[in-house]
Design a protein around this ligand. Sequence first.
Ligand code: GAL
Length: 695
Amino acid sequence: MNAAPDEVTPDSGIAGALPPGERFWRRLGGVAFGGDYNPEQWPAETRAEDLRLMAEARVNLVTVGVFAWARVEPARGAYDFSFFDRVLDDLHAHGITADLATMTASPPPWLVHEHPEILPVTADGTVLGPGGRQHFCPSSPVYRERAGLLAERLATHYRGHPALGLWHVGNEYGCHIAACYCAESAAGFRRWLRERYGDDVEALNDAWSTDFWSQRFASFDHVQPPRAAPTYPNPAQQLDYMRFSSEALRECFELEAGILRRITPEVPITTNFLGGLKSVDVFDWAPRLDVVAVDSYPDPLDERPHLAPGLVYDTMRGAGGGAPWILMEQAPSAVNWRARNAIKQPGQMRLWSWQAVAHGADAVLFFQWRQSRGGAEKFHSGMVPHAGADSRVYREIAALGQELASVPGLLGTRVRNDVAILLDWNSWWALELDSHPSDGVRQQERLLEHYTPLFDLGVGVDVVPPSADLTGYALVVVPNLYLLPSRDAARLSAYVQGGGALVVSFFSGIVDEHDRVHLGGYPAPLREVLGVRVEEFCPAAEHETFPVRGCEALADHEGVAGLWREDLRLTGARPELVFDAPGWAGRPVATRHEYGAGTARYLSARLDEATMRAILGRAAAEAGVKPVVEGLPSGVQASVRAGDGRRFLILLNHTGDKHDVALTGEWADGLAGLDEPVGTVTLPPLGVAVLRATG
Ligand code: GAL
């Protein structure tokens, strides 16, 4: 049953005219804790136990109904929300907020039966069948219509329900279906191109360099998606198709979000991004969400499994303009979809949950509450596992929920860093196109090769797009920003001119937005600021390495380069690192250029970790960037969250050893709620400490 409309505003009186995202956090009042809740998979009796355990674990937010379309609309137009009415009423009765899904992530069998044309098609023409999930073409008018109708019915039905705190549109858009190549998508692509190129086919021909290989178009009607072809399809066409596909998915999100905003304007809207996913341009999407949310599934078997998620979290915070974000999904322990699915060791789930908080998350959620009994994910861990509540996993979950609820004042504090790493989805897409000098330059790897040394230096990072305001950053790091429109290059030059410190890695500033090379010597739009000029790339053979040695301030340093080399000519820059290899000895690898009031460094090869640390360490020190805490043991992370006169220091021990961290300043134990000053914190293996500033 729904509440009467006058009871509806869950936070009435508290938040007034605050934006929906802000209202959401105020409503929760503390760090949110919970997970995907799928009671439709269980007999009704289980719910009583669920609610009891949720109360014990201090769950206050659950995601409901993500894959429930077939249940609420078992036949065309036959909507039946009675099951979820009871669920939402029960949640409300237990003080739990619902992140209610629009249920459109997995079209029901009847819809596929009636309209098989909604099924997605791969680049080689294979029609993907139902039976999994996300089996819809993002451009399908039928899918969009039915999804919109469901969103409308849901919003109308649940408008004013006191449990409804957040809308969860779709699920991990682009995770399984990055792009569809069916006839409907082709038509959508043509419409998109007409708009992008002002209905001028010559503008398209120019942008796509179609005089190459006789690809000149006489009409937009002749354009196809970049389907499987005898050899490399036109790269600009591929790039535009990635843009189009991200936007087609975004339109699905926006269609539903528009309906929800019209009917329930007070309820904030999110969708869960998948961390590290290439197909969806998070920086383009994020401003259309009220709260950014992300799913994160690090592999416990990785050597340093916390680094890639850290990069994802810093990206999500950057996408949301620094606002708090939701860790929407993580595994309580093992997943089911890797070849070998390792469990999280005791303490690891807690550590990685606090890691998200340390990066600015104000909500820690899991997939899923109760481990499924049947279906493809029955061996994916749940907060309540098959073994039941008498289990290590549930005990750790309950302890974490209680712990997160015990730190007053943390909510709403923010993370801010002095170092920015630039990431751009357009450049990522273009960087990894085929027919490049080397296929070894991969965006995520290269990002991590810049992120890791900064992490090891104890320096926090914001990941932002090139269009972000960089003026507040002391140091800007640019890992392989292959596609760089001249206007963004000019902003980077202006940043240095104005006193900024810039570090740019090879194969940056190479092409414009249409994947056309900036001429006159690489990296043309950055040549002046970097004080270098490159005529030729000399990519390395696989496993080929070249010794390098430092000069000037790095005089004693010896290291190794690989993957890439350039015949680097200096036009103002001074070498900071040179090759020590036969034939190349003494030729510059890394340079430093004073430009205007700032400094610009260039790295023309992939450098080993210690060398990256040495160079980025120098750049950071020169720019006045300090570690969050001086002298941290290796593998221990520190992060400060601050705001409204409150300050928290979170220490995370990512190692298997015990470490002591000596603190300067006035800190008290934020978890134990004590006021006594803490001088040295002892972190057990995988340990966490949360300190509250007292001074
Ligand atoms: C996510 C997805 C969830 C669940 C989970 C398993 O990608 O959103 O529904 O499948 O993976 O790890």
